[in-house]
Structures are given as structure tokens and as C-alpha cells.
Design a protein around this ligand. Structure first.
Ligand code: C2O
Ligand code: CU
Length: 444
């Protein structure tokens, strides 16, 4: 593609180098999946039904489960009455398959688009629209995307927990979109969901160890995840396994974040709560500890779990005191027309400088505002070098990191040979919609 052609965000870019990948795959292992976005009656609780949107009519959409390195073709049809497209959040795939308005034309009602790519990493990812996100995700368009590696730890069972909240009344009528508080805080609701159901009861067999893949699909809510205060072990983040299990009693998931944990073994008869602890991200509305669900421990079953002490090696990209070659400023401004502006380097939809394939990026991502923002980089994993000068607790690959108020988060990432139009943005969907994002090209 023409790397110096700085398109606005709503102008589709010309096809990029990835044309080879866009050809139908002749790999006999290719997995073919059909997805359809359509209106659906989404029953979040008995008698509480939301006029929602679902992939294949479900909320969450079907879980896509693939093997690392095996090609997939996802034929997507839009049966909604508005345009949409699918972003494969966290997947390191060609720009032309990233599913944003910078890389393709929106899929119009009745149209089909086939996404073709090969997932390069094992881990817990997700998929969601990248058009009218604030309404389409709130109405239920999201799903888990799981990629398995050849050599995963052996556990007794896996569960996927897609967390979300929805702002609707007791009859399931969605609150009006776009009020002032919603534009400031992001949309939060009092119906808290795991896998599309309000406060469900999950089960686990006594004596067993499960791997939970947790995805925060909320528009804005931060989940400070706790399992009734009992300890668990963190084994993975956005970009797959970490180097060794880390003991924890809670973990913070900003919007769009993922974590993988090992839970158990527990004794039969226990019931644990699945909560979000109080977390203040300087919103107008404060939230205390709130329940997402419960976990009931059933009769014992034998365990065959085998968790290695070493899960993986993650080589550091660079030392923590590396000199940054770019600063990205998140800030809020006052605008006469809109009230509040959500800005990157002083502007909405910031057009950032290109980055060169193979040139290591060290970025200071600075939050000058008084509220938290989850920073998301499309298409590439980064390592966090420091948060306000302090090293993170453990090394990991990430595509989302929280920016606490008035903080500097230093990240490093390597632009691999996937040229094209890419972006980063705040994953509070209302801030994203307001233009708190940067667009840049990866060039050869
Ligand atoms: Cu979940 Cu622009 O991404
Ligand atoms: Cu934000």
C-alpha cells in the first residue's frame, strides 16, 4: 500500500500487502466458520429480555476455538440494518484483516465479507465490531476467540468467562445512549453478566483445578476480579501464557483486558462469590463491590492437572531504562461544541508518525487526565517496561494496559513485517468514539 497516504479514519485504505492471505486458502487444515450479526432477543435473566444484537443470534457469539498456526476463513454476513465489521482483538494478523474502518469498507446490511488469516499466537482473544461500537457491543456483539498451542498446561477443565454489564431497566429496556455522564464515564450498567447471563452460578468439582479465561467485554467498566478473596494463580494475560504462575487474590481487568487464572482445588459444598471489588477510576458515578456470579463446589472428582513451574520464556525486548522514541499523550479538553474532548497529543483522531518494520518502538504513553484509560494497540503485542518508573510485577505480552490518572506507562513493541494502517485507542468505547485514538502506518 501507499505508506505515505494518510487516510482519515473513515476512508477505507487501499488493499495492503496481505493480498496473498486474502486468497482462499488451499491448506487442507483450513477451518471454515460462518458468522452472522443479527437482531436477537437476549434473555439476560428470567423474564428480562433485551432487544439485542448477537453473532449467530447468541450473546456472547459462538466461541471460536482454533489451533495456533492453522488458517481460518470466517465468512461474515451482516443481517443488521446498519453497517458493521469485525475486529479480531489481540490477533497479530495482516492489516487488511484487522476489521477496522481504516482497513476495509464497513460491511453493509445484507453483505458478506470473508476474513482470512492464520492465528500466530496461543491465547485468549475476542472479537467485536469496530463501527458504532458503543451501541453494537452494548447490545451483545462480542465473542471469545481462543487459540490453543501445542504444549499447554494440563488442567481438569477450562471455562471461559466473558464479563459484561448492560444498562437496562428491570424489563430489559436499554437506557438511552449518549448522555453526558455516559460520554464522560463510559457506559456502565447495573446488570452484571457472565457469558450473557446476569449473576449466574458456575460450578467446579471439588479437588479439581480449572483454567479460567476471563475477558472483560464491558464498554467501560473496570473489573477488579475476586473469587471471594480466595487465592488463585495468574498464568496468562492478553498475549498468552506468562513465564510462571503468579499467586494473586485479585486482578484488575480494564475494559477489553484478558487474564487467565488457575482456580481450585476447593472442598465440596463451598460456595464462592465472583465479585468486582471497589475500584475508583474517577468516574462521576462511584461503584462499590459488586457481584458478577457465584461458584458452587460440587462432588469431588479426581484431578489430572499438571502445571509446570515454568510455563514459557518471554525474552525482554529491551531493558527498562531504554530511551523512548515516541510519546503518546492522553488528555481531556473542554470543547464548546461537545462539552468534553478526549484527545491524543492534543487532537481527536490523532494522525501519528509511521513506524518502520523492524525498528523497535519504545513509547511513553502518558495519561495527563484525572481518570483511568485502557490503552489498546491493534495488531501487535507490547511489553510494559515501567509504570511511573516502576517495573511491572511480571513480564508479559499485552495489547491492553491501564493508564492510571497522571501516569506514564513505558512500553516496547516490535513492528513485524505487517505493513499497513494501524491504530491505538482508549478502549472505553465512548472515549474511543469521541476520537481518543491515534492512527499510524507501519511501513517497510
Ligand atoms: Cu477491541 Cu480497536 O479494539
Ligand atoms: Cu478513556
Amino acid at each position: 500500500m501507499n505508506a505515505h497516504n494518510h487516510h482519515g479514519h473513515h476512508v477505507p485504505a487501499p488493499p495492503s500487502e496481505a493480498t496473498a492471505v486474502e486468497q482462499p486458502s488451499n491448506d487442507p487444515r483450513t477451518v471454515r466458520i460462518a458468522l452472522e450479526a443479527r437482531e436477537t432477543n437476549w434473555e439476560v435473566a428470567p423474564g428480562v429480555t433485551i432487544a439485542g444484537f448477537g453473532y449467530n443470534g447468541q450473546v456472547p457469539g459462538p466461541t471460536i476455538e482454533l489451533k495456533q498456526g492453522v488458517p481460518v476463513e470466517i465468512q461474515f454476513t451482516n443481517r443488521l440494518s446498519e453497517p458493521t465489521l469485525i475486529h479480531w482483538h489481540g490477533l497479530r494478523i495482516p492489516a487488511s484483516m484487522d476489521g477496522t474502518q481504516s482497513t476495509q469498507r464497513p460491511v453493509e446490511p445484507g453483505q458478506t465479507f470473508t476474513y482470512r488469516f492464520t492465528p500466530p499466537d496461543a491465547g485468549t482473544f475476542w472479537y467485536h465490531p469496530h463501527a458504532n461500537e458503543t451501541e453494537q457491543l452494548e447490545k451483545g456483539l462480542y465473542g471469545a476467540f481462543i487459540v490453543r498451542g501445542a504444549d499447554e498446561p494440563i488442567v481438569d477443565r477450562e471455562q471461559i468467562l466473558v464479563l459484561d454489564d448492560v444498562n437496562a431497566d428491570k424489563q430489559g429496556r436499554l437506557a438511552k445512549f449518549g448522555g453526558f455522564r455516559e460520554r464522560h464515564d463510559g457506559r456502565e450498567g447495573d446488570i452484571r453478566l457472565i457469558n450473557g447471563k446476569a449473576e449466574p452460578q458456575l460450578t467446579i468439582a471439588a479437588g479439581q483445578i480449572e483454567r479460567w479465561r476471563i475477558i472483560n467485554a464491558s464498554s467501560a467498566r473496570y473489573v477488579r476480579f475476586s473469587l471471594g478473596g480466595v487465592p488463585f494463580r495468574i498464568i496468562g494475560t492478553d498475549g498468552g501464557l506468562i513465564e510462571a504462575p503468579v499467586d494473586a487474590a485479585e486482578v484488575l481487568l480494564p475494559a477489553a483486558d484478558r487474564v487467565e487464572i488457575l482456580v481450585g482445588p476447593f472442598a465440596e459444598g463451598q460456595t464462592l462469590t465472583i465479585d468486582s471489588l471497589r475500584y475508583s477510576r474517577s468516574t462521576m458515578k462511584r461503584r462499590g463491590k459488586e457481584r458478577f456470579g457465584t461458584l458452587a463446589v460440587g462432588p469431588a472428582k479426581p484431578s489430572r492437572a499438571a502445571i509446570p513451574t515454568r510455563l514459557r520464556t518471554i525474552e525482554p525486548l529491551i531493558s527498562a531504562d531504554a530511551t523512548p522514541n515516541r510519546t503518546v499523550n492522553f488528555s481531556l479538553g473542554v470543547s464548546l461544541r461537545r462539552g468534553l474532548d478526549f484527545l491524543i497529543n492534543g487532537e481527536t483522531h490523532h494522525q501519528d508518525k509511521p513506524v518502520k518494520v523492524g525498528e523497535l518502538q519504545v513509547w511513553d504513553v502518558v495519561n495527563r487526565s484525572l481518570m483511568d484509560h485502557p490503552f489498546h494497540l491493534h495488531g501487535f503485542f507490547f511489553q510494559v517496561l515501567s509504570i511511573n518508573g516502576k517495573a511491572p510485577q511480571f513480564r508479559s505480552w499485552e495489547d491492553v494496559i491501564n493508564l492510571p490518572p497522571r501516569s506514564t506507562v513505558r512500553i516496547a513493541w516490535m513492528p513485524e513485517d505487517r505493513p499497513g494502517s494501524w491504530m491505538y485507542h482508549c478502549h472505553i468505547l465512548e472515549h474511543h468514539e469521541a476520537g481518543m485514538m491515534g492512527h499510524f502506518d507501519v511501513v517497510r
